[in-house]
Design a protein around this ligand. Structure first.
Ligand code: G3P
Ligand code: CA
Length: 231
């Protein structure tokens, strides 16, 4: 079962920062998950719609220019990272899950993604692009069938599964409180990998591994690695 650092090793370092991603790999993660917004200038790595919880700024992310956002402290005096900087932290064996929180248009987003891939020299085969907004994923699937897509589901596992199949996704991502053996089996029968978020307790990690889940998103990769090694 893959261990993906959720926003990096975000219990031990500020979420969605370069130090959190590097720490996730140091703790034994197979990959990382992170959240993104498309600005006019570039794609940034950030979770909330507003700045208050994780930076020293205020107001909505999208009301700021890239220059303004890059002056903020996202924790331990780090900048909000750019997509290419985060991809640059990953070697070519790591799985990189880009969650799209907001984009301006699918075409402009894909141009910016390609630029980030060029700058970071990352192999696109190691990318997994996910979103709760399946309409964006469907558009990406039509334009770029080479990219792996992950259909994120929140409450309705059934609807998420159907949508993942319709877009020929690589994976379906279930919330921990809705996943069960039946959905894992259905997804596997449809050729989909199953990833589950957010899994921080060893008992849940063991239960999901026994169910045949393919990967978990965790804030604590070190605990996950220890748990799965001991099992
Ligand atoms: O990608 C899984 C998980 O990160 C989705 O929820 O709110 O943590 O971005 P959230
Ligand atoms: Ca996320």
């Amino acid at each position: 079962m893959w261990i993906l650092g959720h926003r990096g090793a975000s219990r031990d370092a500020p979420e969605n920062t370069l130090s959190a991603f590097k720490l996730a790999f140091a703790q034994g993660a197979d990959g990382i998950e992170f959240d993104t917004y498309e600005l006019a200038e570039d794609i940034i790595v950030f979770h909330d719609k507003t700045l208050t919880r994780t930076t020293n700024g205020q107001g909505e992310v999208l009301d700021h220019s890239l220059a303004q956002l890059r002056q903020l402290d996202a924790g331990e005096r780090q900048q909000i990272p750019l997509l290419n900087e985060v991809l640059g932290c990953c070697d070519n064996t790591a799985l990189c899950n880009i969650e799209i929180k907001q984009l301006a248009s699918v075409d402009s987003w894909l141009c910016k993604l390609d630029r980030a891939l060029q700058l970071s020299q990352m192999n696109p085969a190691r990318l997994l692009i996910s979103s709760f907004t399946h309409g964006w994923l469907q558009q990406i699937a039509q334009r770029r069938p080479d990219l792996c897509l992950g259909a994120l589901t929140a409450t309705s596992a059934e609807t998420g599964l159907k949508s993942a199949m319709a877009m020929n996704a690589y994976s379906v991502h279930f919330a921990l409180d809705v996943v069960d053996e039946r959905y894992v089996k259905h997804a596997h029968q449809a050729g989909l990998k199953v990833l589950v978020y957010t899994v921080d307790l060893p008992a849940d990690m063991q239960r999901l591994a026994a169910m045949g889940v393919d990967g978990i998103f965790t804030n604590v990769p070190a605990i996950a690695r220890q748990t799965l090694t001991d099992a």
